[in-house]
Design a protein around this ligand. Structure first.
Ligand SMILES: NC(=O)C1=CN([C@@H]2O[C@H](COP(=O)(O)OP(=O)(O)OC[C@H]3O[C@@H](n4cnc5c(N)ncnc54)[C@H](OP(=O)(O)O)[C@@H]3O)[C@@H](O)[C@H]2O)C=CC1
Ligand SMILES: CC(=O)N[C@@H](CCC(=O)OP(=O)(O)O)C(=O)O
Length: 343
């Protein structure tokens, strides 16, 4: 397969290169940049092997012909502009939030910018691999989910769908490593401010709130509002979403176990832990796994559900490669077989 990456110089891009380099069906990875045309990838990332990569190319329709799939690993706004033109020539997988929100008014409210065209929004399939597999198989354009939504939705969808939690009571306390904010340095993430520190940010204002609510609503057949608190922790990779919700009459520990285990018994990357065995971020580090732990409290009738992913793998580039595999009828795990890097 011939692949191209726009935004190859960023963290999502370099993670795509790592995964696609190990993919048995990938023969080409062309790299594109809006600011570093002609520069070699190895100038920014000497750890990758130079023989695999040509120099960074300028982004143009002409140069982006002849590929099977084009990944957009770019900031919001870029794929709104480019995905329509590119999808005429290749399948497109967009890692940004541009095509995830169906309602233009909601996108504009949370992202503070104009939405993509209706035509592209209608074509784009939300790429939560485990829950949208049939639509992903047929898709020309994928809106790859955000990292927090991936962790939250994989944990919550089975329970919301089966009525095992009261969706109106969901509270999510989520934490991310600093690569979640991309490669550019900022006062929010640089070493002196982030090392030995814990920060909460965008309380009730995070752009992943409408994405999570939209997707949960689809499984609930009703609107839902959630509370999401996002935190930065002093680690490079990794994400933990700790979720709390009330469990209605008629559900107990045994039923919750059955719902979670049956939902994921045939999925290669989501692993449900036994009751009370909680996962840590290191246990999925650099892998495409999402590990789910849970504790039901009979006393309060509340569930604590913990979902961990690597934000750059299952939360971004790994899920993008998983979606590529599904779109092209390849083995879903191709290029993604590595165990977590532990310790
Ligand atoms: N990091 C993460 O954990 C996750 C990221 N995402 C999303 O994936 C996307 C990429 O994130 P990430 O790699 O972390 O971000 P980075 O900031 O590390 O990289 C983004 C890249 O986009 C390119 N770029 C910037 N402006 C433009 C432009 N106008 N046109 C084309 N390319 C441009 C830049 O490369 P150049 O200057 O060379 O063009 C840059 O290297 C974002 O939308 C992000 O929100 C989603 C899930 C998780
Ligand atoms: C730590 C950190 O800053 N994380 C980013 C989320 C990364 C992501 O998934 O962003 P997109 O939805 O834009 O793709 C944030 O909170 O905005």
């Amino acid at each position: 397969m011939k692949t191209a990456i726009i935004g190859a110089t960023g963290y999502g891009g370099i993670e795509l290169i790592r995964l696609l380099s190990n993919h048995p069906s990938v023969e080409q990875i062309a790299v594109f940049s809006s600011s570093q045309q002609g520069v070699k990838m190895t100038d920014s990332y000497p750890h990758i092997s130079e023989r695999f990569f040509e120099s960074l190319q300028d982004i143009s329709i002409e140069a982006l012909q002849g590929f099977d799939v084009i990944f957009l690993s770019t900031p919001p706004g870029v794929s709104a502009e480019w995905s329509s033109k590119l999808s005429a020539a290749a399948k497109v997988i967009d890692l940004s939030g541009d095509l995830r929100i169906n309602d233009p008014a909601e996108y504009e409210k949370w992202y503070g910018r104009e939405t993509a065209s209706k035509e592209i929004l209608n074509k784009a399939v939300y790429g939560l691999s485990e829950w949208n597999r049939e639509q992903i198989k047929e898709a020309q354009i994928i809106a790859n989910p955000g990292c927090y939504p991936t962790a939250v939705l994989l944990g919550m969808i089975p329970l919301v769908k089966s009525g095992a939690v009261d969706a109106a009571t969901i509270i999510i306390d989520a934490k991310s490593g600093t690569t979640g904010a991309g490669r550019s340095a900022s006062a929010m993430t640089h070493y002196s401010e982030m090392n030995d520190n814990l920060k909460i940010y965008k309380v009730n204002e995070h752009k992943h709130i409408p994405e999570i609510e939209q997707e949960l609503a689809g499984f609930l057949n009703d609107t839902v509002t959630i509370t999401l608190s996002t935190h930065l922790v002093p680690m490079t990779r990794g994400m933990m979403a700790t979720m709390y919700a009330s469990v209605p009459e008629g559900f107990d520990e045994q039923k919750i176990k059955e719902i979670l285990e049956s939902s994921y018994k045939n999925t290669p990357f989501v692993r449900v832990r036994p009751h009370k065995q909680m996962p840590s971020t290191r246990e999925v580090n650099a892998s495409n796994f999402c590990d789910i732990g849970w504790v039901y409290d009979e006393r309060t009738k509340r569930l604590t559900l913990v979902s961990v992913i690597d934000n750059l793998v299952k939360g971004a580039s790994g899920q993008a490669v998983q979606n590529m595999n599904i779109m092209f009828g390849l083995e879903e795990t191709a290029g993604l077989n590595g165990l977590p890097v532990f310790p």
